[in-house]
Design a protein around this ligand. Structure first.
Ligand code: GDP
Ligand code: GDP
Length: 441
């Protein structure tokens, strides 16, 4: 589980600029997949070998001052609860602003590692005096930076990684399947947890007391243990926080990263919302096995093919989740809820499945025979052979003479052929084309 570094501050202090410069131009894997909501607020990055996730609090629409104040305070509260390290950004050219003081007041309430980044200090010698004023905000760690001109960002990142090294991030338990139930508020997530925990009558306990205030619930079914992670996040019902896009994204990232299998829960009465798509996009981007769970099925008016129609519609709306099974349940009545656990087991096995090189290459050969990679720029692309380089997620390397000429759609074709033969239901798979002589004999 990678630590989370959140950037907070009032509008226009340079948060987005800093974010972009910290994460570079890392492109997320699903960025070129159709249907994924693109306004990513977070990226993984690393500094001198320490990996972490940077989260931007996202743009605030300046409406009126009261509204702004409320929103900013909420963001600061959320960062306080969810982040491991906070970068509190202020505008060094403008001096201390009343909004900065408000934020500082919230941030000082807990003992979280905070770095006060006095930004837009493009020239320290000329702007020294501007920086000193900010000590008045009362933070131990202050650093002048210029996010725009990349001044002092290295020193700032050193501070971040020093702080990260001191955080006690709990080790994950290994012998249970960790399930994340994700989805927008009111989809029925807590009802499902209660149903699974209650119905099987073997709720062991809530494991509390980690530094990240996550509460995990153990459920036992068919003599097997499952851990539903972050039920604290699921149960947290504060409408103020939940209404924040940023909050749900942040919580979802943390939960998804810890999970072995994600259950994306939708409200079957309602259609798919933008928030659902966004959360689905995160799970896909994290390359986790996923089950799409359509809940409240008891409320849906069912005709003979309602289920099939709904399935088709969902796959059309979530094209990047074409591999995910879609299940229809009712957390209220318990209809098909335990089946979710069985499916979770199965798709986690798929996620960890290894295909022998011999069989893989038979399938590859047939696929290429049926549909050769298109000749491009007068060059003939020849695919020589494939090998599975990893599991969880399954990753395949295909060796060929001109990997750069292979189009995304051809990779898709190969993926589909592999899926036809090997299944991998519920699991993302990755296919990369490598230069032939890169292979080791
Ligand atoms: P946000 O609202 O906090 O995300 O702020 P932005 O990143 O959108 O930046 C607000 C404005 O400040 C933009 O016009 C940026 O070009 C400018 N800005 C950002 N960082 C710096 C910096 O390090 N130095 C200077 N001089 N301007 C900056
Ligand atoms: P959460 O915010 O995702 O945890 O959602 P809750 O579990 O709190 O459920 C929100 C509301 O939907 C509650 O009033 C539940 O009783 C109701 N609900 C949840 N699951 C079902 C279901 O399968 N069928 C029906 N009819 N109502 C449900």
């Amino acid at each position: 589980m990678k630590p989370i570094v959140a950037i907070v501050g009032r509008p226009n202090v340079g948060k987005s600029t800093l974010f972009n410069n910290l994460v570079g131009d890392r492109v997320a894997i699903v960025d070129d997949m159709p249907g994924v909501t693109r306004d990513r607020l977070y990226r993984e990055t690393e500094w001198n070998g320490t990996e972490f996730v940077v989260v931007d609090t996202g743009g605030l629409e300046p409406r009126n001052n009261d509204f702004m104040m409320t929103k900013i305070k909420q963001q600061a509260e959320v960062a306080m609860n969810e982040a491991d390290v906070i970068l509190f950004v202020v505008d060094g050219k403008c001096g201390v602003n009343p909004l900065d003081e408000e934020i500082a007041y919230i941030l000082r309430k807990k003992n979280k590692p905070i770095i006060l980044c006095v930004n837009k200090i493009d020239n320290f010698l000329e702007q020294q005096d501007d920086v000193y004023d900010f000590w008045a905000l009362g933070f131990e760690h202050l650093i002048p930076i210029s996010g725009g001109h990349k001044v002092n960002l290295g020193d700032m990142l050193d501070m971040v990684t020093d702080m990260i090294k001191k955080i006690d991030i709990p080790e994950e338990e290994e012998d249970v399947l960790k399930l994340a139930i994700i989805g927008k508020p009111n989809a029925g997530k807590s009802s499902l947890v209660n149903r699974l925990a209650g119905e099987e009558r073997t709720i062991v306990s809530d494991i509390a007391g980690t530094t990240r205030d996550a509460i995990d619930t153990i459920v036992e079914f068919d003599e097997k243990k499952y851990m539903i992670i972050d039920t604290a996040g699921i149960r947290r019902k504060s409408k103020v926080e939940e209404s924040l896009e940023y909050y749900s994204v942040l919580r979802a990232i943390k939960t998804i990263k810890r999970a072995d299998v994600c259950l994306l829960m939708l409200d079957g009465k309602e259609g798919l919302s933008e928030q659902d798509k966004r959360i689905a996009g995160i799970a896909a981007e994290e390359l986790k096995p996923i089950i799409v769970v359509v809940n409240k099925w008891d409320l849906v008016d069912k005709k003979s093919n309602t289920m099939e129609k709904m399935r088709e519609k969902l796959y059309a709306e979530l094209p990047f989740l074409s591999y995910a099974p879609i299940e229809f349940v009712s957390a209220l009545t318990g209809q098909r809820t335990t089946k979710l656990l069985e499916i979770a087991d199965t798709i986690f096995e798929e996620y960890n499945k290894r295909i022998s090189t011999g069989i893989l290459n038979t399938v590859l050969k047939e696929a290429v025979l049926m549909n050769n990679p298109p000749t491009r720029k007068g060059r003939v692309v020849k695919i020589n052979y494939a090998t599975q380089v990893s599991v969880a997620p399954p990753r395949f390397a295909l060796f060929c003479n001109y990997p750069e000429l292979i189009h995304f759609s051809y990779a898709r074709y190969i993926e589909n052929k592999f899926r036809e033969s090997f299944g991998f239901e519920g699991s993302p798979i990755l296919i990369s084309f490598e230069k032939k002589n890169a292979e080791k004999e």
